[in-house]
Design a protein around this ligand. Structure first.
Ligand SMILES: C[S@@+](CC[C@H](N)C(=O)[O-])C[C@H]1O[C@@H](n2cnc3c(N)ncnc32)[C@H](O)[C@@H]1O
Length: 260
């Protein structure tokens, strides 16, 4: 029988050991770019697991920001929403073996890569040769305190007031309604629990730009919903390498920490 950890309820469905809390239709799967294994999963693998190709972890400034705001508690329940191939939550689970860690994503293909690498300890592969990189296999870990699950970040399977930390990076501009997500994140965090959000606010639709930009609109919403703002860093620059040549995207992210 699969083990979904202490916080996740029995899922309505499960695939290859990954609990599925959202019934994704074939159409939704087809339209979701993050389900494209050879494109988006390969890119996320290149970015998050191929340190050797880059001479280090390219998103270290992002990881440092998250680490700086983790609580100093001996035990904690932590979830990363939109975790993709699981790098940030995998590193947190490695650094804190007594913490109960969860990686949530809406893409089954991302989660499969994450689960194989971080939980099963498999060697995973991704075709990175087209970016000029040589390494294309990565040997995984077997972390007993980390679980992955498919769910919508705005409708989480966690019980009320169950998490100490909820983090998400490069997610809020990809979800339809960040305000609705904020309410859901407040529900699952325990009082005093921490939300860590980093996003370039690179919205995809005109209505999102109108409703959620500039950042003061997001911050105002958090304050009106009685979150306590602990940190606001704008900009936090994060560079995403594109290829061996050194072409890169420089993301101008907004980073914030708020307590419930
Ligand atoms: C741009 S990637 C960011 C991945 C990683 N967090 C990072 O910082 O590089 C966005 C991720 O969020 C996931 N995602 C998009 N919409 C989501 C939703 N509604 N709920 C959960 N995950 C979602 C995607 O499948 C993808 O893995």
């Amino acid at each position: 029988m699969s083990d979904f950890g202490t916080l996740l309820p029995p899922p309505p469905a499960e695939r290859r050991g990954i609990p599925l809390y959202y019934d994704k239709s074939e159409d939704e799967t087809r339209q979701d770019v993050y389900e494209r294994y050879d494109e988006l999963v390969a890119r996320q693998t290149a970015l998050h697991l191929a340190d050797e190709s880059h001479g280090g972890y390219p998103l270290q400034p992002l990881a440092d920001y998250v680490r700086k705001w983790l609580p100093p508690s001996p035990t904690a329940a932590v979830a990363d929403l939109g975790c993709s191939v699981g790098r940030l939550i995998g590193d947190i689970a490695t650094d804190h073996p007594a913490w109960d860690c969860y990686g949530i994503d809406f893409s089954y293909q991302m989660l499969r890569q994450a689960q194989d690498y971080w939980v099963k300890g498999d060697t995973v592969s991704a075709n990175l040769l087209r970016y000029g990189y040589t390494h294309d296999t990565f040997s995984g870990k077997q972390l007993p305190n980390l679980r992955f699950a498919l769910a919508d970040a705005a409708t989480l399977p966690f019980p009320d007031a169950s998490l100490d930390v909820l983090l998400n990076t490069f997610l809020i501009d990809r979800i339809p309604d960040p305000f609705q997500a904020f309410a859901e994140w407040k529900r699952v965090l325990r009082p005093g629990g921490r939300l860590i959000t980093v996003s370039p606010l690179n919205f995809l639709k005109r209505e999102q730009w109108e409703r959620y930009y500039p950042p003061v609109k997001l911050i105002d919403r958090l304050l009106r919903d009685a979150w306590q703002l602990v940190d606001l860093t704008d900009p936090l620059y994060v560079e995403e390498p594109m290829d061996k040549r050194g072409n890169a995207i420089r993301w101008r992210t907004l980073a914030l920490v708020a307590e419930r």
